[in-house]
Design a protein around this ligand. Structure first.
Ligand code: ADP
Ligand code: MG
Length: 240
């Protein structure tokens, strides 16, 4: 019974998501079709229309790309990694974009191991999403603090920006598919990230104050050092 319930809930979510994706992709497709039709009728290539068509195509690509992350093969391989190394990689990857926006990453890492069982690329995707949001929240630049600790069998990562913050009535909507406060946002980054973190038996939540900034807190179960060498296959993880 429990299993049935769980499955039907899953189906509803998938159905809702599919409807959302179809809707979000149909708009740019309609625009594209209109422009193509116009050019067919006039037998002329209008350069500014081509520019608009390209940006509509980019948007479709962005939406599909974010969904592909969720559509990974079922048997995901979980391996033991030190979360500090994953964060270092992500920071290195995002550094040039940060500099471009006058942003400085300030990291404070614990000296202790922060071993977690994970799908490395998925976790990287999560932190890329979170850092991107933090950067986008500070249009004039500033510091982003990245802190990692390992206490009471929990690896905790906090990302704090000094951006515009999130109005209280909006916080509960963050992570709903397609919920965005940005003109050209997809509203998919947090939803995808939350799912990945749940798949890792962790938690992701927001604390924010308008005009002061936002802290995103990700926590993951810590592994003991002794399990470091084994490759751990998470059997309970059939992606939900
Ligand atoms: P997108 O970035 O495409 O809008 P996300 O799912 O990544 O979609 O984020 C959803 C919304 O949550 C954002 O549009 C923004 O309004 C809000 N948000 C997320 N992170 C932050 C942050 N660090 N500061 C302020 N607002 C944020
Ligand atoms: Mg985002």
């Amino acid at each position: 019974m429990d299993e049935l319930l769980r499955r039907s809930e899953k189906l509803t979510t998938v159905g809702q998501l599919a409807a959302g994706v179809a809707h979000e992709i149909r708009n740019p497709l309609t625009t594209l079709r209109g422009f193509l039709q116009l050019q067919q009728q006039t037998r002329q290539l209008n350069v500014s229309h081509v520019g608009l068509m390209l940006s509509e195509l980019d948007r479709i690509n962005l939406i599909v790309g974010e969904f592909l992350i969720l559509a990974k093969p079922q048997a995901t391989k979980f391996v033991t990694k030190d979360m500090r190394n994953i964060l270092r990689d992500v920071i290195a990857l995002m550094n040039s974009e940060a500099h471009l926006h006058n942003i400085e990453f300030m990291s404070l890492f614990t000296e202790e191991d922060c071993l977690v069982s994970c799908e490395e690329n998925q976790l990287k995707q999560v932190f890329i999403n979170l850092l991107k949001n933090a950067i986008e929240a500070m249009p004039t630049g500033g510091p982003i603090h990245i802190q990692i600790t390992n206490k009471k069998r929990t690896v905790s990562i906090k990302i704090t920006d000094e951006g515009e913050g999130i109005p209280e009535e909006m916080i509960s909507k963050i992570g709903d598919p397609f919920f965005t406060g940005k003109e050209s946002g997809t509203g998919l980054g947090i939803m995808v990230s939350q799912r990945i973190i749940l798949n890792h038996k962790g938690n992701l939540d927001f604390q924010s104050q308008e005009k002061v900034g936002t802290t995103v807190h990700v926590s993951l179960p810590a592994l003991k050092q002794s399990s470091r060498d084994g490759i751990l296959e998470a059997s309970t993880n059939e992606g939900s």
